[in-house]
Design a protein around this ligand. Structure first.
Ligand code: ADP
Ligand code: MG
Length: 302
């Protein structure tokens, strides 16, 4: 393609809601054979809502310093600085319920795992089972059974702990983006392999995959941020040309590793910086347009 054709290509891209950071990026898009999607905030709306707050029955009601607070109050306090969709959902639920949010200190975020804060001298953790276990918190069978039932229904689960005690769990639903199924079908029709790469649990990913027609074999769940980049690198070392689409801090390393990194406009700044294409309309369907545009510009018949 001539430089003019490339300029025209990136210009058309802009009109279609695609911010393409250079002609070389547009050219690489035409070589892609595998499209890897992050789940939360990419295939799903990214606006989850809290559906269940289940206290741990094994923790006595009079668990001392924080007994005055509900699960949602503590979670909202720990998530108050969080820009993660689950953090926003927790804060929204607490605000809607008119709850007072206790003050916190030493806010900390572990990407792809959760958040922590000190509340009334207690370390409060909100996050994955794996992360809480790393902090020495046991997940009692009673609560993990409930978590499994919620997960089977496609819900995302986070656990909440204070001190050494597991206080309970919070569950969320998140709707699949309206154009996601059409986009997956169209990508497959273009001959591409479509995969899900998520930090969430397998069950939550399977529910989304089934709605979109993605094979169970093409799901990789409970993958941490560095694992996401490693997965992309593994696919590349098998000779694949990979586009990664994501929205979170946890996707940034994988977006940078991919042959083409694609970020949602509503995504976090790090994701947008690490990607070479931004979906300005947050429409996953626009990825299909970018591939067609690239193939047209660079005349790849495949
Ligand atoms: P995805 O890869 O699907 O976009 P993330 O990697 O962002 O998901 O998150 C993976 C998991 O880590 C979530 O399902 C949740 O259990 C936990 N997690 C991440 N960030 C937070 C947070 N701010 N608060 C609570 N849990 C979190
Ligand atoms: Mg995400």
């Amino acid at each position: 393609a001539t430089p003019t054709a490339i300029l025209v290509g990136t210009g058309i891209g802009a009109e279609m809601g695609l911010l393409i950071k250079g002609g070389d990026v547009l050219e690489r898009v035409s070589t892609i054979d595998t499209v890897v999607f992050d789940k939360t905030g990419t295939l799903t709306s990214g606006y989850p809502t809290v559906t269940d707050c289940i206290p741990n029955p094994d923790v006595t009601a009079n668990y001392s310093p924080l007994a005055n607070f509900s699960l949602l109050q503590l979670a909202a306090a720990a998530e108050s600085g969080s820009r993660h969709p689950l953090g926003s959902a927790i804060n929204q639920a607490a605000t809607q319920a008119g709850l007072l949010i206790p003050a916190g200190q030493e806010f900390y975020t572990e990407p792809g795992q959760g958040v922590s804060a000190i509340i009334e001298q207690q370390l409060v953790l909100v996050g994955t089972e794996t992360w809480l276990k790393q902090h020495g918190i046991e997940i009692e069978p009673n609560l993990s059974q409930k978590a499994n039932r919620l997960a089977d229904a496609g819900k995302t689960i986070v656990y909440l702990a204070a001190g050494n005690s597991l206080l309970g769990l919070i569950a969320f639903t998140d709707s699949v983006r309206p154009d996601a199924a059409t986009a997956v079908t169209a990508l497959k029709r273009l001959g591409l392999r479509v995969m899900i790469l998520t930090g969430d649990r397998q069950k939550a990913a399977v529910v989304v995959a089934e709605k979109l027609g993605i094979d169970a074999a093409d799901i990789l769940a409970q993958v941490q941020p560095d694992g996401k980049a490693q997965t992309v690198a593994n696919l590349q070392s098998q000779g694949h040309r990979v586009a990664m689409i994501g929205d979170g801090i946890n996707d940034a390393p994988a977006l940078a590793q991919a042959d083409v990194g694609i970020a949602m406009h509503a995504g976090t700044d790090v994701a947008i910086e690490s990607a070479q294409i931004i979906l300005m309309r947050d429409a996953v369907m626009d990825i299909v347009a970018s591939i067609k545009l690239s193939r047209a510009t660079f005349n790849k018949i495949r």
